[in-house]
Structures are given as C-alpha cells and as structure tokens.
Design a protein around this ligand. Sequence first.
Ligand code: SF4
Length: 158
Amino acid sequence: MQSSLARPPVLAGCGERRGLAAVARCRAEAAAPVWTASRASAGPYTGRDPEVKKPAWLRQRAAQGEKYARLRESIGELKLNTVCVEAQCPNIGECWNGGGGAGGEGDGIATATIMVLGDTCTRGCRFCAVKTSNKPPPPDPLEPLNTALAVASWGYDL
Ligand code: SF4
C-alpha cells in the first residue's frame, strides 16, 4: 500500500519533456526509490537513506572554550556585531577557538568576522540568517572606534 505521499508515477519517456532541467528532474524521479507509507514518518523524501547515520563531522557541538568566551565578551562589551553570530554560522566554535573543534581544543589563531554598519543587511538573500531591512537603523557612531579597539586588543598582526 502507498501513502498519499507517494511520488506520482513517472511519465514514460523523459525525452518528451521540454528543457534539460525537466528531463534531468524526470530521470532523477525515475531513479529514486518509491516513497512508501512505511517511510512516511521519516519526513519528506530527500534521497537520503534514513537507516544510514550522518557522518560525525556533520554534527557541530555547541561552541565553548576559553578563547570563544573571551571573544564573545569582548564583542559584547564593545557592542560590535559579527557575521559569525548574526548569520548563526555553525563554524563559530571552531573559528573563534582557533581551530581544533568547537570545544576549545584549538591552538591556532582565532578568526571572527566583524560586521560593520550594524547588524542588519539590506540585501535579503534567502539562504542567510542575518536580519534584513530596506531601512536599517542608523549606524553606531562609536562603531569605528570600537572596531579599532577590538582589533588592537586582540593582538592582530599586520
Ligand atoms: S569567520 Fe568562521 S564563524 Fe565567522 S562567519 Fe566565517 S566561517 Fe563562520
């Protein structure tokens, strides 16, 4: 028995479809396993076998560690914004700790990306988590000074 989520039957002859994208989609549908009621609880069909575990490197631990905490405190005190935080970047633990993992095991140079002119972007790309607005609030007049203070306090090499 098939659920209501079953894929529609593949139309015979993908070559009859117009356009390369339509033909490619048709072939992909034909090659994909049929979505049955027994798999419905796993969510929409993604092509991934739900029985196969995701690789360990795909999962990120919550950011922690001494360097991460110091950087977070410094950025908070100076009222600065970073793309790392605003975009909810999953690499933040590793970058801010200087590599080696999200737990603070890294001994490399920490990396953070300061976002200038506030925390709001005027573009609005749909894949990004940064807040967007056509009319963002005015920039903080102290932001340039605070950015310089942050960079100086972090011991940046020129
Ligand atoms: S510097 Fe690292 S944490 Fe920040 S946005 Fe880039 S990849 Fe993400």
